[in-house]
Write a protein that binds this ligand. Structure first.
Ligand code: SF4
Ligand code: SF4
Length: 256
């Protein structure tokens, strides 16, 4: 499958001769624009398999490269380099090094799911974007994104208590991402809540901060959920060969 969009050809791979005559024919300027030939030797043949093993990536094999996801994408309209179709192409052809060139924008998917509705093959491109961002973090190519931090704080609270207490999640998220708690929008939102919510509800919310109530009979459900989460993490590590990589790095360090 070829690269469709002209802007995806990296400028360093284009050569134009200001003056060039071939067999007596003047092909100067635009007519002598060539794409440098490339030999790719560093395929990751397991790349598609690795992404497919992560939540959201399961249906990547269905993609037929129609481009509807990119055409409908909210972020692509603002950042043309944000291109789900192209990244799916790179993943399916194992071009890891090429994919890594865009590693700092892949996580910026806003989960609007326009691509999901536009996709004629039920690939769930939004899920593939999430799986790819997750893959980049697990492989150590990018630090955890704010979105991953939020998911972890949210999940930790659900597992611990079986319920959601928003202010705790916001505090946890801000602490993890090094943000000040007293942000203008938050202060304004709190003021409005105090002004408009009934007193009994405010008192209940205040007590929830102190007592941290849990769902009834939560212990059994928590154990089951924790087991499931541990199993999922282990299966993701296996699929990406992370344990093998860590062991290899440890033995390399020992040898030095
Ligand atoms: S979910 Fe992500 S990839 Fe899909 S259209 Fe929205 S921003 Fe683009
Ligand atoms: S819309 Fe679906 S089938 Fe078309 S390129 Fe995107 S993911 Fe592939």
């Amino acid at each position: 499958m070829p690269i469709h969009e002209e802007h995806l050809i990296r400028p360093e791979n284009l050569t134009t001769h200001a003056e060039l005559v071939i067999d007596g024919v003047d092909v100067s300027g635009h007519w002598s624009t060539f794409i440098e030939s490339r030999v790719v030797t560093d395929y990751n043949e397991r790349l598609e398999e690795e992404i497919a093993a992560l939540p959201g990536g399961e249906f990547i094999h269905r993609c037929w490269q129609c481009g509807s996801c990119t055409n409908s994408c909210t972020v692509n309209a603002l950042i043309p380099d944000f291109n789900p179709r192209y990244w799916i192409y790179l993943i399916r052809t194992g071009m890891e090094a090429e994919l890594l060139r865009d590693k700092d924008i892949i996580w910026q998917c806003v989960s609007c799911n326009k691509c999901t509705y536009a996709c004629p093959r039920d690939v769930f491109p939004e899920g593939v974007m999430k799986a790819t961002a997750h893959w980049l973090e697990l492989k150590g190519h990018t630090p955890k994104s704010p979105s991953t931090h939020f998911d972890e704080v949210f999940t930790d609270q659900v597992l611990a208590r079986g319920r959601i207490e928003e202010s705790g999640i916001i505090r946890g998220f801000f602490a993890r991402t090094g943000q000040a708690l007293l942000q203008d929008w938050l202060v304004e939102m709190t003021k409005r809540l105090l002004r408009h919510l009934p007193l009994w509800l405010l008192m209940r919310m205040g007590l929830a901060q102190i007592l941290k109530p849990r769902a009834r009979r939560w212990d059994g459900a928590r154990r089951a959920l924790n087991n499931y989460v541990d199993e999922q993490h282990a299966s993701h590590r296996r699929a990406l060969g992370l344990d093998r990589l860590v062991a290899a790095a440890a033995s390399e360090l020992e040898r030095r």
